[in-house]
Design a protein around this ligand. Sequence first.
Ligand code: MD3
Ligand code: FE
Length: 216
Amino acid sequence: MTIDLFEQSPPEPWAEPICEGAVVLRRFASVRDAELLKEIEQVADQAPFRQMKTPGGHTMSVAMTCCGDWGWVTDAQGYRYQQQDPVYGSSWPGMPELFHTLAAEAAAKAGYAGFEPDSCLVNRYSTGAKMGLHQDKDEDDFGQPIVSVSLGTPVTFQFGGTRRSDRPQRVLLEHGDVVVWGGPARLRYHGVLTLKANHHPLTGVYRYNLTFRRAR
Ligand code: MD3
Ligand code: FE
């Protein structure tokens, strides 16, 4: 018997619980990675990545764009979802079928059948970018889960409690990892440590994160 090194299939995704209500589906998005990247580029052709300002006047280190019916924005007026891209005043690009399907399948796998995201925030981290501890609370219904898809270079994710002062646990998120957050995990503080200089064959220096939400 011979072992054929050229006919190996990619590793199967596997589920890793983080806490009650949160599960990492390791490599869940890997098989569709090139298509996902193409879709991100097409979204960014219509709605370019931009570094928005927080209500406090700081420019975010993460560059963002959105697709779907509702886009998440921040400016001097505050954080909110809106249907127009503030750069051009036009609607956000439609959510690609692949995005919607992937998010719904991941949610179902985590026990949230029927998840219908109406918003996808696309975060682009370059070396040195980070996201401080925060809660996602601009959505109407916290009963809806959030699905996040990581692509490109790895990063250490921080997952805290329901108070900012709760000491966060650390989870390494790598290319293709999908996380579903719902139920008791939905309002927990979370953030992303500073992205280290790195290279990924598909994304170069970047880490992308797609965050799927039901905004309304
Ligand atoms: C845990 N983005 O855009 S996604 C964000 O990697 C955001 O770009 C991060 O946090 C990123 O708001 C992390 C993972 C995530 C998203 C929502 C959550 C974790 C969460 C909601 C509740 C608890
Ligand atoms: Fe968040």
